[in-house]
Design a protein around this ligand. Sequence first.
Ligand SMILES: Cc1ncc(COP(=O)(O)O)c(C=O)c1O
Length: 372
Amino acid sequence: MTDRKKINIAQPSFLGNEKKYLLDTIESGWISSIGPYIEKFEQEFARYHGVKHAIATHNGTIALHLALVAAGITSDDEVIVPDFTFVATANSVRYCNARPILTDVDAGDWNIDPDAVAANITPKTKAIIPVHLYGNPARMDKLGALARKHGLIMIEDCAEALGATYNGKRVGTMGDIGCFSFFGNKIITTGEGGMCITDNDALAERMRILRDHGMNRQKKYWYDFLGFNYRMTNMQAAIGLAQLEQLDDLLNMRDEIYRTYQNAFVNCSQVVLQETHHQRHVNWIFTLRMKGFTETRRDDVMEVLKAQNIDSRPAFYPIHHMEFYRHDGFFRTTPANSVLVSQEAISLPTFIGLGESDINFIAQTLIGSINH
Ligand SMILES: Cc1ncc(COP(=O)(O)O)c(C=O)c1O
């Protein structure tokens, strides 16, 4: 073991008005889910995306659930999701007692494969949730065409991709609802937090009501629907607003980290990055594939990094490998690319303040262990 300082996989950065705004909430007493920062954060988030509505939530998982319930997803509906994603994408469908259909990804861009989506559409299919994985936008042109052709609701899972664009359009604005996460390791953070955006007035109104226990907006303590407490606090929103003010700079700094990693691996033929199409991808967490690796070899590389005090993460595991997704028809054909990409991929430290020398050290350690 080395006595080198630990390099974390992720860490938040608070370089703007975070403390000032947070202190303001404490001094004003508006610490729960009523307060000026919630409205301001929602307004600015909507403005950034050029949409009419932004609805803040307590985290990204419930943003997805809220979107699905508002869109009318219910038991026996099928919702197409990628097999290679963070588990919340699929779980949110099951919270509606609906059936997620775990669908294979493209081996090049690691996002849901439009051809596999087409093959999984049945009369029961109601919605599709593309995920812009690791900040890389999914094939929204083909997915949008499929959704239109089959009358499907499209909910974009943008948890990892705030600020990314596809054909010049921001992620989250191409489907019916876009959902975001502000967990501590995300592009911007509120501690825990999430957001739904939409241009659809009716969906927005339903999400606002459902977020607040289903309470009638005119008649206090009268409930029109079975709702939830999915509200964001004013304290979360204060931090979120301050983070949002810095978004362009944060994205540029993350791009710089991406380029430095890319250069460091340029001569390593076994390292493969996500392919991108017609888009600006954002560098949420730098993740690469080590061609031909098994899960065991990938884990060995992680051990070598750990011995140098470098934190890393395995890529997400295929969801269909989880015990509670192996049965009951959650997938129709085995998502083979999901298995392949998952076992070969590793996520490396990515956060504001990670220096060039650290990145080169991480890359050299990884290359050394690949060639070992
Ligand atoms: C793709 C994806 N979807 C959903 C979520 C859920 O967000 P949260 O952790 O804020 O609940 C995350 C992140 O953690 C994610 O990466």
